[in-house]
Design a protein. Structure first.
Length: 176
């Protein structure tokens, strides 16, 4: 038998709790050597509130957990009967393993997103925004350029009937 990755469907918001339940059940199980890794894919997100930058964790597959295991009837039963688990992803009665290339991509994304926080709000060129902070508060404009690594954008704002380019921080604007 070989180890494969499977996708476990959980109640949304209960991913960490389910992971802990499975780990605790494994400690008492004679099959603990058949489950190798349990992963809740998440990313670090940067946001600014009240002028202060905060970095939080956000799951990028809410309601799902990845689990690397040897699929035996005993392990399948142990995991599937854990509180908060709604089932495995797969067609038919048996769980289907995730494709190796797909899991490699997900694991790579998980590592990259843990290292560098991404902005919580993503903007696109040509999008309309309203300024919520600073000297141009309540003015609206259109995004001309985006600088994601700096958390800034350049928008054209109409001031006295003339289009004026203004560089703003992400937290100073909101989408319309």
């Amino acid at each position: 038998m070989s180890t494969k990755w499977y996708v476990l469907h959980t109640q949304t918001g209960a991913e960490e709790k389910v992971k802990t339940h499975v780990e605790n059940k494994l400690k008492l199980s004679p099959h603990k050597e058949l489950i190798f890794q349990i992963l809740v894919p998440s990313e670090r997100v940067a946001e600014v509130k009240s002028g202060k930058k905060r970095i939080t964790e956000r799951k990028f597959f809410p309601g799902y957990i990845l689990i690397q295991m040897e699929l035996t009837d005993e392990v399948w039963y142990l995991v599937k009967n854990t509180p908060g688990v709604t089932g495995f992803i797969g067609s038919g009665t048996r769980p289907a393993p995730v494709d190796d290339q797909e899991i490699a991509y997900i694991l790579k994304q998980n590592e990259e997103r843990k290292e560098k926080p991404i902005p919580k709000m993503l903007f696109e060129k040509g999008e309309s925004v309203r300024v919520t902070e600073g000297p141009f508060v309540n003015f609206t404009g259109v995004i001309d350029e985006i600088f994601p690594t700096k958390g800034k954008l350049k928008a054209s704002i109409s001031v006295f009937g003339r289009s004026t380019p203004v560089e703003l921080e992400y937290w100073q604007v909101e989408k319309l």
